[in-house]
Design a protein around this ligand. Structure first.
Ligand SMILES: [Mg+2]
Ligand SMILES: [Zn+2]
Length: 191
């Protein structure tokens, strides 16, 4: 059984710049690819779990979400980093586009994406699971699926810590960035 790290996308792996209309504007946070390589080398699964409401809001199509994810994968792969799975929630209850405007079980902090990953990857150890993200909803996801939550200060992370965004959470660890988060996880697993 492999430990698993569920990774948020925007503000965690790539720079938070709001809704990304131009695919080429998606760029990695410094150290992100190297951190995923560390997970790959340690045989820890790295799985993307991302809320993507741009299609539900009518900003772009679902295909555009896939193109953004493809760009992320390409940037990671160019530095030898591999994701073991990609899961996203395109839903938003109050969205504009009917097909995506539902109350679902996969919008973080709901645990649907993580549950789907465990169903599709039988080698993942739910007792050695982590969620890394820049929002309170990422840490709450960890709480909702029995994982350890790590809040990164990149993206919205600092604003969450300061109480200026979303709500208060108590992560297992607050990390400067993805590099610090992954180093902490690998130490925690070695305990
Ligand atoms: Mg994020
Ligand atoms: Zn959903």
């Amino acid at each position: 059984m492999r430990p698993v790290v569920f990774l948020d996308r925007d503000g965690t792996l790539n720079e938070e710049i709001g809704y990304i209309h131009d695919v080429s504007m998606l760029n990695l946070i410094s150290g992100a690819a190297e951190s995923v390589v560390k997970l790959n080398t340690a045989n820890v699964a790295a799985i993307l779990v991302s809320n993507q409401t741009g299609a539900a809001r009518g900003f772009y199509t679902e295909d555009h979400i896939k193109l953004l994810n493809d760009r992320l994968v390409k940037l990671l792969e160019s530095k030898g980093a591999k994701l073991d799975g990609i899961y996203y929630c395109p839903h938003l209850e109050t969205g504009k586009v009917t097909e995506f405007s539902i109350k679902c079980r996969c919008r973080k902090p709901e645990p649907g994406l993580v549950e789907q990953a465990f169903q599709e990857h039988s080698d993942l150890d739910p007792k050695k699971a982590y969620v890394v993200g820049d929002k309170a909803s990422d840490v709450a996801l960890a709480d909702n699926c029995g994982a350890k939550g790590i809040l990164v200060k990149t993206g919205y992370g600092q604003a969450v810590m300061d109480g200026r965004y979303q709500y208060k959470v108590e992560p297992a660890y607050t990390a400067h960035n993805i590099t610090d988060a992954v180093d902490w996880i690998l130490k925690d697993l070695a305990k």
